[in-house]
Design a protein around this ligand. Structure first.
Ligand SMILES: Nc1ncnc2c1ncn2[C@@H]1O[C@H](COP(=O)(O)OP(=O)(O)OP(=O)(O)O)[C@@H](O)[C@H]1O
Length: 256
């Protein structure tokens, strides 16, 4: 699904990425963790093809970047990033926001085919929002808006779903509802790559974790092999214990 070969990125005097290697195979869902500024968003931008490495190779869904039309590759990538919500018109009804996901449009100006409208309704139902189709987007809570964006992203039937801190700013209830919705969208042939600062967001659907520090991936593999007190301490420089409950990790700080 994704293969990153020794990516580096140099900006001025600074090495932002210092040789990032990562391989995401079909059937795997990954979480990317690491301290502020370690390079997570930079890696996502390279996978989206918005940023090019100084050296190294990016291959996504079998396409080696630099040799392919990135607009075509992007049709198979769903992306939910921190500034996406701001791009929509708050008075537009929820169903229009979802319909736009079929072609990546931010607003709908023409007649919508009944099949597309029906599909949008189904995607809204999958996140539990069938009843909200007519409501203006701006009247929804932050968590509800994010679930609408999930439904929108699924309209394009992405093979790769990339989420950059989607639960930032959500309260406990909204976060759990969002994560439930996300778990319900996972399907064979689709992989997710999820960036977060909160280890408890690593719900059972996620299979693998990559830990970044200072522009490098310092550990990557099945989640239970990576989410160890030793590796987390080395990446975050904070002593922690990890408690697994129902296949979900919970962190306590300050205990060796
Ligand atoms: N155009 C640029 N010029 C110089 N430095 C940059 C540029 N873009 C990003 N950086 C730096 O690269 C580093 C990595 O940024 P990035 O946004 O990838 O980190 P991150 O791990 O996603 O951080 P956070 O968790 O805080 O979102 C940061 O220190 C940032 O200041």
């Amino acid at each position: 699904m994704i293969k990153l070969d020794h990516l580096t990125l140099r900006r001025g005097e600074r090495d932002i990425l210092r040789g990032v290697d990562l391989q995401v195979n079909e059937g795997e869902h990954w979480v990317l963790l690491g301290r502020n500024g370690c390079g997570k968003t930079t890696v996502l931008e390279m996978i989206n093809g918005y940023l090019f490495p100084t050296s190294g190779k990016v291959t996504v869904l079998g396409n080696l970047y630099g040799t392919v039309d990135l607009r075509e590759v992007r049709k198979s990538i769903g992306y939910i990033g921190p500034s996406l919500i701001e791009k929509f018109t708050l008075r537009d009804p929820v169903w229009e926001i979802v319909v736009g996901g079929a072609n990546g449009y931010l607003r709908i100006y023409q007649e919508v085919e009944p099949e597309i409208r029906e599909r949008a309704q189904q995607e809204l139902a999958r996140v539990g929002f069938a009843h909200m189709a007519e409501q203006p987007f701006g009247t929804l809570s932050q968590g509800e808006r994010k679930k609408v964006l999930l439904a929108r992203t699924m309209m394009a039937d992405p093979q790769l779903l990339i989420l950059d801190e989607p639960c930032a700013g959500l309260d406990l209830y909204e976060r759990e509802r969002f994560l439930d919705a996300l778990a319900g969208l996972a399907k064979p042939g689709m992989s997710m790559l999820y960036v977060t600062h909160h280890i408890e967001e690593i719900i059972p659907v996620f299979t693998h974790v990559a830990l970044m520090a200072e522009g490098r991936i310092v550990a990557a593999g099945p989640k239970r092999e990576v989410l160890t007190p030793e590796l987390l301490r080395s990446a975050y420089d904070v002593p922690v214990t990890v408690d697994w409950q129902n296949d979900r990790p919970w962190i306590q700080v300050g205990k060796e």
